[in-house]
Write a protein that binds this ligand. Structure first.
Ligand SMILES: *Cc1c(COP(=O)(O)O)cnc(C)c1O
Length: 367
């Protein structure tokens, strides 16, 4: 069976370094917000091209912290509207709700799966204060168009960068994490930069915002036993930061491997029954996953399974059809719903062998 993703194999190359790192960590005896977190924050800000990075507990918390910090500084107020794609992973919408703001869902572009700038423009009301862009599946949103809308209407851009570490916008000449006011990253183990448990980070060029989030994540602490604001415990674990410091230097190399596999799939899969995803062939995509569309998904899934290929669906149910989001149930998003009914992903990761990619292509072409 060709697994969809085997985390043990993708992390194999780091094993010796990770063991040394753990031994060093153990000997050091400093387990929370130590030098590994600071080192990662400096390195990741530099990687993204931003002035600041604050390590946090996970991607969802990163998004909530950005929104709450914006509320503390008066940039956002309770009940303000935040525009977000209807076909995103539910975390983006949960973050907006958890911060006490109102998600306004809009349709994506059918070709890229990313939020449609025209739909953003149509959904702006006098309560709209922000756009949360989600670079879904690793491909950047149309940030040139969205930046223009944001400037014209004075809206904050918040990036949900959980799937797009290292993607580079060749129009704006900036990297993911540096394409809006602030960005939240997830280092969940399956992400392009994956930790060994939960971890996340926020990047921004605003010093005030970074400093607010650094306080918020640690009980609102100003200095030892002095609490300036109502905070939470959303710190990035020291051990996860240490492991991320081992893996970060290889992120670009791993993204290059992902793009090379994607290039093979996109040029060698030739079957009218399979719709391949759009990509403009630049570094704006880091292929967190590759997403195909088929008409009879169950049949296709079974066929691949019978041929020893594991697949996954991102995502089978759109957020507005989830029991948790009953308030959005009455809304209709035909493009989003069609996407959720047709998408299916085949293995694309840094551990997969060339011969397995060839095999997958042959099986797909014979379908
Ligand atoms: C993974 C993911 C998140 C949440 O990250 P966690 O670290 O699991 O909290 C948010 N948004 C998107 C698009 C994701 O893929």
């Amino acid at each position: 069976m060709i697994k969809f993703l085997d985390l043990k194999s993708t992390n194999n190359r780091y094993e010796a370094d990770l063991k040394n790192t753990f031994q060093y960590f153990l000997n050091k005896g400093h387990y929370v917000l130590g030098e590994e977190v600071s080192k990662f924050e400096t390195a990741f800000a530099e990687y993204c091209g931003t002035k600041h990075c604050v390590g946090v507990s996970n991607g969802l918390d990163g998004l909530v912290l950005i929104l709450k910090a914006c509320m503390l500084s008066g940039k956002l107020s309770e009940g303000d509207e935040v525009i977000v794609a209807a076909n995103t992973y539910i975390a983006s919408i949960l973050a907006i709700l958890n911060a006490g703001l109102k998600p306004v869902l809009v349709e994506p572009e059918a070709a890229t799966f990313n939020i449609n700038p025209l739909e953003i423009s149509k959904s702006i009301s006098n309560k709209t204060k922000a756009i949360m862009v989600v670079h879904l599946y690793g491909q950047l949103c149309n940030m040139d168009a969205i930046s223009k809308i944001s400037k014209a209407h004075n809206l904050l851009i918040i990036e949900d960068a959980a799937q797009a570490h290292g993607a580079y916008d060749t129009v704006l000449k900036k990297k993911c994490g540096n394409l809006g006011y602030a960005a939240a990253f997830s280092f969940y183990p399956t992400k392009n930069l994956g930790a060994f448990g939960d971890a996340g980070a926020v990047t921004t060029n605003d010093k005030e915002l970074a400093s607010k989030i650094a306080k918020l994540r640690n009980y609102g602490k100003e200095s030892k036993y002095v609490n300036a604001i109502l905070g939470v415990n959303n710190r990035l674990d020291e051990i996860q930061a240490a492991f991320l410091n081992v893996k970060l230097p290889y992120l670009d190399e791993e993204n290059t491997i992902r793009r090379a596999i994607a290039k093979r799939y996109l040029s060698e899969i030739k079957n009218d029954k399979i719709t391949l995803p759009y990509w403009n062939n630049t570094e704006n995509h880091v292929f967190h996953v590759i997403v195909l569309k088929v008409e009879h998904r169950k049949k296709f899934e079974t066929y691949l399974k019978e041929n020893g290929i594991e697949t996954l669906i991102f995502y089978p149910i759109p957020p507005h059809k989830q029991a948790a989001l009953k308030a959005f149930e009455h809304l209709s998003f035909p493009i989003t719903e069609a996407i959720h009914n047709k998408v299916i992903s085949i293995p694309l990761n840094t551990a997969i062998q060339d011969k397995d990619v060839t095999y997958i292509i042959n099986v797909l072409n014979a379908y």
